[in-house]
Design a protein around this ligand. Sequence first.
Ligand SMILES: C[S@@+](CC[C@H](N)C(=O)[O-])C[C@H]1O[C@@H](n2cnc3c(N)ncnc32)[C@H](O)[C@@H]1O
Length: 389
Amino acid sequence: MLRRYGVRLSMLVVMVMVGGHLAAGAEEETLDVPYVPTPENVVDQMLKMATVGKDDILYDLGCGDGRIVITAVRRLGARKGVGIDIDPERIKECEVNVRKAAVADRVTFLQQDLFDTDFSEASVVTLYLLPNINMRLRPALFRQLRPGDRVVSHDFDMKEWKPDETVEVASDDIESTVYYWMVPGPAAGTWHWTLPKADGQERYRLRLRQRFQTVSGTLEADGQPQTLSGLRIQGDRLSFTLVREVEGKKVTAAFSGRIAGDALSGTVIGYGPGLPCAGDWRARRDAVTPVGSWNWSVDGKPAVLQVRGLDGRRYASLKIDGKRRAIQHLYVWGAGVYFFMGRRGEEVYEGVIEGDRIVGTVSRKGETPQAWSATRAPAAGKRIARQNG
Ligand SMILES: C[S@@+](CC[C@H](N)C(=O)[O-])C[C@H]1O[C@@H](n2cnc3c(N)ncnc32)[C@H](O)[C@@H]1O
C-alpha cells in the first residue's frame, strides 16, 4: 500500500517540479500529464507483456523522449511506431533519438494532443499517463481499437476494466506496476446453433452477458439447461466447455470460435467414451441494435437513454426527469450494454438487449445491484403512422 502510494506521490511531486520547468518553455497549461520517463527495464516489461512483434503498429500516447516507440521498432522489429506528444520540446528530443537509433523510416513523431489523435491503425497502445487521463481515454480505446489489440499502461489502471495481467517491476529506488489488457470482442447476446445427435439435430441456445472481458451466461440444449465451464472471451475468440453426463459417464465438448459480426465459426471437440471427435461449429446471434430511445423509470421519474449512431460512432445521453446529460462511458459488446452515470461511476447500468428490451441490473455505490429493464420507444415515424392510422 505504502509502495503504491509512493509511486503515485512520485508522479505528483514531479508534476509540481516540472510545472516550473515547463513554464519556461512549453505550453504548461496544455499538458495533461508531466514528463516522467519510463525506466528502460519497465519499457522492456511493457513491450514483453504486449508481445510486440513484426506485425505490430505501436502508438505511445504521450511519448516523452520516444523511448517506447523506438525500442519497439529497433529491438522488437515492430512494423511501425508512432509517438504522440503535445510538448514540442519532447518531439525535438524524439527526432534526435530516432536518428541515433537509425529507425526513422518506420517511426513517426507527431506534436499533437493525444485526445485529438486517430490511433485506429494501432495494434498496441502504450500509456504512462495519470488515472483520470486513462479514464478519459478509455472510451476512445474501445472505439478505435479492434478485438485482440493490446493496451499496456505504466503505473495506472483502467478502473473497472480490470487488467488481464499485472506485473511489478523494480527500477532504481522505486517500484513500477505494468498493467496489460487485450481488447475484448463482442460476445454478449443470444447465440443459436445445431449439432447432430443420434436421432437428428440438437438445438443449442447460449445467452451471454458481458462486462469488458468478463463473460457469463447460460447454455441450453433442446431447451434443457446445461453445465458450462471455462467461458472466456480473448480478443475475438470465444471459448467454453459443455459438461454432461451420458449414461453415467462424463462427456465434455470444448467449443472455440471467432466472432465476426453476428456470426461465430470455429470447432467443437468432444471428449468421452468413444471420443474424441472434432467438428465444425457455426453459430448465429440474434441481431439487435442499441440505437434508439430506451425508457424506464428511476424513483418514479421517467428516464430515457438515447443512443445514436453517426459516422461509426455512438453518442448517448440520459434524460432523467427532464434533465439531459451526455454519457461519455457507453460500451456496447454485441447485444451487451454498459454505461454509468456520475464522474465516479456512482450508478452503473448493465444489460443485454433482447429484441426491444434491455434486461440487466443497476448498481449504486455501496448497494446490492437491482434488476433493471428498459423498453425501446417506437421510432418517431412509427408513432406518427400509428397516430394517423
Ligand atoms: C509521464 S510522461 C510519459 C512519457 C513516455 N510515454 C514514457 O513512458 O517514457 C507523459 C507525457 O505525456 C505528454 N502529454 C501530456 N499531456 C498530453 C496531451 N494532452 N497530449 C499528448 N501528450 C501529452 C507529456 O508531454 C509527457 O511527455
